[in-house]
Design a binder for this molecule. Structure first.
Ligand SMILES: [Zn+2]
Length: 114
């Protein structure tokens, strides 16, 4: 990986981190505990509970990715950034551009899923 590519990826990491941070703030605002309110019908309440569960799930997923991106960002100047942790081959740049936090090349990632 050359310096130019590394800089481009560092930028992609920054953009991803900023976008996720915003998403986390938005989700946090929407994630409010549902207070027992007699004026709400049972149906509406269960609908809200369900909604909160969906939001909670999205929040957890975003949080995990956010932490992973932050970690990657702190390591992206290391020599082994962009190398697959399993086979130590270079990870394709296109893949890193979409998923800068990935630690495996396409081949190893699909091996792992099996
Ligand atoms: Zn690999």
């Amino acid at each position: 990986m050359n310096t130019e590519e590394r800089n481009a990826l560092s930028l992609v990491l920054d953009e991803n981190i900023a976008a996720l941070k915003k998403e986390l703030v938005d989700l946090e605002e929407q994630l409010q505990p549902i207070t027992p309110d007699c004026s709400l019908g049972d149906l509406l309440r269960s609908e809200m509970m369900c909604n909160q569960e969906v939001l909670q799930g999205r929040y957890e997923t975003a949080k995990i990715r956010y932490n992973r991106l932050k970690y990657t960002k702190s390591k992206c100047n290391d020599d082994n950034y962009g190398l697959c942790e399993i086979c130590e081959d270079e990870i394709a740049l296109q893949r890193l551009m979409i998923m800068p936090e990935t630690r495996y090349c396409v081949r190893c990632a699909s091996e792992r899923k099996k």
